[in-house]
Design a protein around this ligand. Structure first.
Ligand code: PEP
Ligand code: MN
Length: 337
């Protein structure tokens, strides 16, 4: 249920409604928009049916939300949410690019990539210290040592830091270093992890599961939001289909769909889906043309030495080329890079 408040409502009247909602055992979540403030009510809404909330002073209307996800829905917040991380904003006019290696390896490679992607216009450095390898014999990541290295590279180059968190035991540790936490595709429905990242005060990029429907993805985000963290960014990264020419089928059709249902930003990570570096650029451009708010791209100083994902890693010079091409596409759809 959503309570839409009148523009001239007083704080005392807001507090009165919040107290009432809490008193009947439900959780109110306030969303302050430019024109309107809205209160989302979480819990068993049947308890509200006997409560005449629509006649409380300052209430404009009470709406029932039919979708099972509420806090992440457009009904709850009609305007686009913009997520601010210092001088980087995701969901505004500017397209945000997050670039860097797949698995963190050595200092030299990381710092070279960080310097070069910054110069080419990236706002965020990506890299895995905890890596969700499909095979246990594959590289698993440097752990905290990698987080320390990445933080240093970000601070030195003026980049924000995104890295994956795979376990609830590591959420605090990763949040200590990173500006943005990533929940990977394989963990999209790990509800304990979603609840844990819902309790931190840092943005979370939520990868779409390998075979997840849009509704399941939105509900996964709702798990995070229900714990109080609404700084969520959806990331389309390709889904499993019958096609074997690609690693995954990059489903760009979800961009307008998710934006219709949710107020949250959507970014696209084309690298793993296309699987080959030469195919990354066209799909990155297509994603932005289709309305993506940002891109995540794998870039490595020496792809042939990369511990994972070498075949689709861009060289820094190819990343720079992509950024130049992106400028034209972004401008044509009213965005900046
Ligand atoms: C990654 O970004 O390195 C990654 C493993 O992504 P995904 O969870 O989408 O496979
Ligand atoms: Mn990778």
């Amino acid at each position: 249920m959503i309570i839409v408040l009148k523009p001239d409502i007083t704080q005392k009247q807001v507090d009165h409604i919040l107290d009432r909602v809490r008193a009947i055992g439900l959780k109110p979540m306030v969303s302050k928009g430019v024109e309107r403030t809205i209160i989302g009510v979480i819990g068993d809404e049947n308890r509200l049916r006997t409560e005449p909330l629509s006649i409380f002073p300052g209430v404009e209307k009470v709406l029932e939300v039919t979708a099972p996800y509420k806090l992440v829905s457009r009904e709850f917040r009609p305007a686009n949410s913009i997520i601010h991380i210092g001088d980087v904003s995701i969901g505004g006019k500017k397209i945000v690019t997050m670039a860097g290696p797949c698995t963190l390896d050595c200092r030299e490679n990381l710092f070279e990539v960080a310097r070069k992607v910054k110069k080419a216009g990236a706002g965020v450095l990506r890299g895995s210290a905890f890596r969700p390898s499909s095979a246990p014999v594959s590289v698993q990541g440097l752990g905290e040592e990698g987080l320390v290295l990445m933080r240093e590279a970000c601070d030195k180059c003026g980049l924000k830091m995104i890295t994956e968190v795979m376990s609830i035991n590591d959420v605090e540790l990763v949040a200590k270093y990173a500006d943005i936490l990533q929940v990977g595709a394989r963990n999209m429905q790990n509800y304990n992890l979603l609840s844990a990242v819902g309790q931190i005060k840092k943005p979370v990029v939520l990868q779409r599961g390998l075979a997840s429907m849009v509704k399941e993805w939105l509900l996964a985000a709702e798990y995070i939001a229900a714990k109080g963290n609404t700084q969520i960014i959806f990331c389309e990264r390709g889904i499993r289909t019958f096609e074997s020419e690609t690693q995954f089928t990059l489903d760009l059709s979800v961009i307008p769909i998710v934006k219709q249902y949710s107020h949250l930003p959507v970014v696209v990570e084309p690298s793993h889906a296309v699987g080959k570096w030469g195919r990354v650029l066209p799909m990155a451009l297509a994603a932005v043309a289709a309305g993506a708010d940002g891109l995540i791209l794998e870039v490595h100083a020496k792809p042939e030495e990369s511990l994972s994902c070498g075949p689709h890693a861009l060289l820094p010079r190819n990343f720079s080329k992509l950024m130049r091409e992106l400028q034209k596409v972004a401008q044509s759809v009213g965005r900046d890079v």
